[in-house]
Write a protein that binds this ligand. Structure first.
Ligand SMILES: Nc1ncnc2c1ncn2[C@@H]1O[C@H](COP(=O)(O)OP(=O)(O)O)[C@@H](O)[C@H]1O
Length: 293
């Protein structure tokens, strides 16, 4: 696990820029070349957004979670969001909400998602902008983004409209990722996420052995469990391939800006959660762990 400079304690004073961020995202504004240091990427040109970037100490956290399908982004982003009092915004959830609403976009989206492909940057940015607008109207502050950005273009657009404080890159060996995706279940009534896979793999080719106990649902959810349509072996393997092709470069985008914190998951939640709090310098929030669980 590569060490990143210990983070300063997240602060909880107000930030009113979320709706401005969403407006900028919506118009697809990208930064001027060179406006964020020596970027090796050449974003689409647009006017420089009029967005004052606040010091992270004067506002709530703005974090991004990266990682392959099945790594546990949702699990840890959701726990940290409870702990820090910031919204957890998962673009995969926004896509699934759109699918469930059976609106004009849903047929197009279901074909893309069920084949394990990426939705277009335009559609994702439009969904994310709407979510940020709605949150801004409710007074939401800061965010933990999960599943966004997933392409260099998405990263450039985000970089052009606001300051991301930290990008957490969760890592797990690929054979475990597939098993974890195949074990995922959701309760169709309460929306709770569980995992029925019992993972116990030996060390091989330099990858360490890893054990993860299943995360079983309470008895009242047991008969209501559903599996995501895109969690079949073929589609999961394709999603991992798409991640390696389109999203790995996003890791380098943030690594070159000194924002990437790599975190190799040592096991299931009981082993990983305390270690994650430690590397995030959030040990002092440990007493709130039970509330976040
Ligand atoms: N930022 C994004 N860009 C493009 N497509 C996305 C994005 N976020 C989510 N999607 C779409 O939604 C699907 C589900 O996303 P998600 O729940 O994050 O799944 P996972 O991380 O397990 O692959 C993706 O396979 C993709 O089709």
């Amino acid at each position: 696990m590569a060490a990143l400079t210990r983070l300063s304690k997240p602060s909880f004073t107000s930030l009113s820029s979320v709706s401005r961020i969403s407006r900028c995202l919506y118009s697809g504004i990208a930064p001027e070349p060179g406006s964020h240091g020596s970027s090796p990427y050449s974003p689409r040109l647009g006017p420089k957004p009029n967005l004052s970037v606040k010091d992270p100490k004067d506002r709530n956290v703005q974090w991004v979670f990266l990682g392959s399908p099945g790594v546990g982004k949702g699990t840890y982003a959701s726990r940290l969001s409870n702990l820090l009092g910031v919204p957890h915004i998962a673009t995969g959830d926004l896509v699934r909400e759109e699918l469930a609403a059976s609106g004009p976009l849903s047929k197009e989206l279901s074909e893309i998602v069920n084949q394990g492909k990426l939705v277009s940057d335009e559609i994702i940015i439009s969904l994310l902008s709407k979510r940020l607008e709605a949150g801004g109207a409710k007074g939401e502050l800061g965010f933990i983004l999960d599943g966004f950005p997933r392409t260099i273009r998405q990263a450039e657009i985000l970089e052009g409209v606001t300051e991301i404080d930290l990008v957490l890159n969760l890592k797990l060996r690929e054979d475990v990722l597939v098993e974890k995706c195949l074990g995922r279940r959701m309760c169709s009534q309460c929306g709770g996420n569980f995992n029925v896979a019992s993972i116990n793999v030996k060390d091989s080719n330099g990858s360490p052995a890893i054990s993860m106990a299943p995360l079983l649902p309470p008895p009242h959810c047991m008969s209501k469990l559903v599996t995501r349509a895109d969690d079949t072996e073929e589609v999961v393997k394709h999603r991992i391939h798409v991640y390696n092709e389109k999203s790995r470069p996003v890791e380098e985008f943030y690594r070159s800006r000194g924002k990437l914190l790599e975190f190799d998951l040592p096991g299931g939640i009981p082993e990983s959660w305390p270690k994650l709090l430690e590397v995030l310098n959030l040990d002092e929030y440990k007493e709130k762990q039970s509330a976040a669980a």
